[in-house]
Design a protein. Structure first.
Length: 334
C-alpha cells in the first residue's frame, strides 16, 4: 500500500498514487465533546503502516466542519457520499440533511418531513433492485412508529416504514443488501433487556428475535462476516463494558469479550470487507478518543488508534477514500 500524508498530495497523479489499494477511510463527525457540548468537528482517518487509524486533518486533508452543532445525529454513505441528518441541537430543531461534496464542503441536499429533534438512527441500503439506493431513517416520530425512507439522486422521500412498536433510540446495522438488525428498549413497555428484530426492506416485514442478554442504553452494534456465516456484535451501553454476539444462522445470543471499560454512545463501523469491526469513541467517565478493533475471531477488543477529538454520540461512516478526496494542499485554508 502507498501510505502517504495529505501533505504528499500535490496534484492528481500523486493523489492517485497515494490512495493506492486502500479502499476505505473513516469519516467521524459531530457528537458530544469533552466539555459535554454538541460540536461540529469532522475527522478523516486512514490506516497507517501498522494498521492503526490516525486522523489526517492535521497533515493537510481538508474537510469543512459540519454546518451545525449537533449530537445524536445520523449518517450514512448515500449516493456514494457521506450524508448526515441533524440530530439534537440547541434551540429550534432542524430537519436538514447535508451531503459532503468532493471539495470538502457541505450542501443541504434535502429536508426530512419531521426533524429528528433529540436523536436519529438509520441504515443505508445498496441497489438491490433497479430503484436507487435507499436510506431508512428513524427518529422523527419519537413517540410514534413512523419513519422516513429516502432514495434517488436528487433525493426524494419514496416510502415510509412502520416500526413494530414505540422504542427508545435504537442501535441499527445493515446485515445484507436488504436487511437490517435493530435493537432497542421499548419506550412504553417494561423490559429487563433489549428487544431485537430483523427488518426486511424488500418485504417490508419485521422478524422478532430473542431479547438481548443484558439491558443496554446507548450501545454500539455492527455486522461481522466469518468464513461460514454472519454475526451481529452488540457492545457497551450506559455503565456497561460487556459484549454479546448474535449468530445470524441460529439467531442465538452468546457472551463476547469484555471491552475493558464502560462505553456509552460509542460508534461501530464495519471495515475490511466485513472482516473487522471498529468501536470508536464513546463515554466512560469522560469522552473517549480511543478506537478499538475486533476481528472475525471475535475473541477480543484490541487498540486500533485514536481520534484527534474525544467524542460520543457521534456519526461514523466507512467510505471509499476516493469519495473523501482532499482539496490539494495549496487550496487548504485552515
Amino acid at each position: 500500500p502507498n501510505y502517504c500524508d495529505c501533505s504528499d498530495i500535490t496534484d492528481v497523479k500523486s493523489f492517485e498514487f497515494c490512495i493506492g489499494p486502500r479502499p476505505e477511510a473513516l469519516f467521524v463527525g459531530t457528537g458530544v465533546d469533552e466539555n459535554s457540548e454538541s460540536f461540529s468537528s469532522v475527522e478523516i482517518l486512514t490506516k497507517d503502516k501498522f494498521g492503526n487509524y490516525e486522523s489526517k486533518n492535521q497533515a493537510g486533508c481538508y474537510v469543512e466542519n459540519f454546518p451545525l452543532l449537533t449530537s445524536s445525529a445520523t449518517g450514512a454513505l448515500f449516493n456514494d457520499f457521506v450524508h448526515i441528518c441533524v440530530g439534537y441541537k440547541e434551540g429550534e430543531p432542524s430537519s436538514q440533511c447535508f451531503g459532503l461534496k468532493p471539495d470538502g464542503s457541505w450542501e443541504n441536499d434535502f429536508n426530512l418531513e419531521k426533524p429528528l429533534k433529540s436523536w436519529g438512527a438509520s441504515v443505508s441500503f445498496g441497489e438491490w433492485e433497479e430503484s436507487a439506493k435507499t436510506w431508512l431513517i428513524f427518529g422523527g416520530d419519537p413517540d410514534g412508529t413512523s419513519t422516513e425512507v429516502w432514495g434517488g439522486n436528487p433525493p426524494a422521500e419514496i416510502s415510509n416504514v412502520e416500526l413494530p412498536m414505540i422504542i427508545n433510540q435504537p442501535c441499527m446495522t445493515k446485515i445484507s443488501d436488504h436487511e437490517a438488525f435493530v435493537t432497542a428498549v421499548p419506550k412504553f413497555e417494561a423490559a429487563t433487556s433489549n428487544f431485537a428484530w430483523i427488518f426486511n426492506f424488500k418485504e417490508n416485514s419485521w422478524t422478532r428475535l430473542n431479547n438481548t442478554i443484558e439491558k443496554r442504553s446507548g450501545p454500539a452494534c455492527g455486522f461481522l462476516q466469518s468464513k461460514t456465516r454472519g454475526f451481529v456484535v452488540l457492545a457497551g451501553g450506559y455503565k456497561s463494558s460487556t459484549t454479546e454476539i448474535l449468530d445470524l444462522d441460529t439467531l442465538d445470543w452468546a457472551k463476547g469479550p469484555d471491552i475493558g471499560t464502560d462505553i456509552y454512545g460509542g460508534s461501530m463501523v464495519t471495515v475490511s470487507d466485513e472482516q473487522e469491526l471498529l468501536l470508536i469513541g464513546g463515554y466512560s467517565t469522560e469522552a473517549l478518543s480511543q478506537i478499538l478493533r475486533m476481528n472475525a475471531s471475535m475473541a477480543s477488543w484490541e487498540p486500533a488508534g485514536f481520534l484527534k477529538n474525544a467524542r460520543f454520540n457521534a456519526v461514523a461512516v466507512a467510505a471509499p477514500l476516493e469519495n473523501l478526496k482532499p482539496i490539494f494542499p495549496n487550496q487548504v485554508n485552515e
